[in-house]
Write a protein that binds this ligand. Sequence first.
Ligand code: PBG
Length: 328
Amino acid sequence: MTHPYLRPRRLRATPALRRLVAETRVSPAELVLPMFVREGAAGPVPIASMPGVVQHSRDSLRRAVAEAAEAGVGGVMLFGVPERRDAEGTAACDPGGVLNVAIADAVAEAGDALVVMADLCLDEFTDHGHCGVLAADGTVDNDATLEVYARMALAQAEAGAHLLGLSGMMDGQVAAVRAALDEEGRTDVVLLAYAAKYASAFYGPFRDAVESTLTGDRRTYQLSPSNGREGVREAMLDVAEGADIVMVKPAASYLDVLADVAAVSEVPVWAYQVSGEYAMVEAAAANGWIDRDRAIEESVLAIRRAGAEAVLTYWAVELAERLRRDAR
Ligand code: PBG
């Protein structure tokens, strides 16, 4: 009988040892809460496919932003649900549009306690549901969309957004928005590029959340799930265009891309744990099929381990509160 000389189990023997040797930790400051605000809502409206997530009214948004700041999360990412949509997504650039008003409300509420971020994309604002404006032949017109993004960025900066999340996957969007902002002296506004955003089924519940009805699909601008190298290329292009942070999205099904981007990026790398990832855990947990709390923690930990320095997650506040309780 030989006895093993090397015993990795030694470091797993007690909770104190396991805690001490943990390679990856999650802390509240690196969690970002995505939030929806619905124009004209009288109070929070539940989102059926995302139990526990709501479309906020102006008032409930302010309360929830205060709660997020109190929980110590790093930031909030705002999405608007407008009452009216048109082909050009006009409301996105209107200072009185739902998202721009929400940005100002969130900044007024949170001050400098957290980073107020805004989604910079047209899909919530267009009646066809695409992330850009359409050419005469019905395709998404890349360069015409860049002009709208530039105006949208200025409106969001004017409203007080600290960081803009460029999620439209148009070529050249980072450079176009950076140039427009700098031209107006907005050199301090941070740009987060959804650099590697995949055409994913896991965005399903998000369509509910923003009530967007898409004609067709997004495969002419979002990445194909089959392509990892292209995701790294997109991230590097965005860095070259001046992105301050790059992101991979969705997270769980793209941890390899995340790790590859993290290995070469000279700017921070984040990941977005999307609506479908949230809904799957909530649905399985509601059926008693998995341990909800452990699944939440494990899923976020895995995203951090793969290389994300911050994670956008609908569980941000709950997880931040739990982490702070556990730390005591
Ligand atoms: C585009 C955008 C989407 C999401 C975030 N920003 C939708 C899409 O590209 O189809 C999805 C987020 C999620 O599913 O949680 N504005």
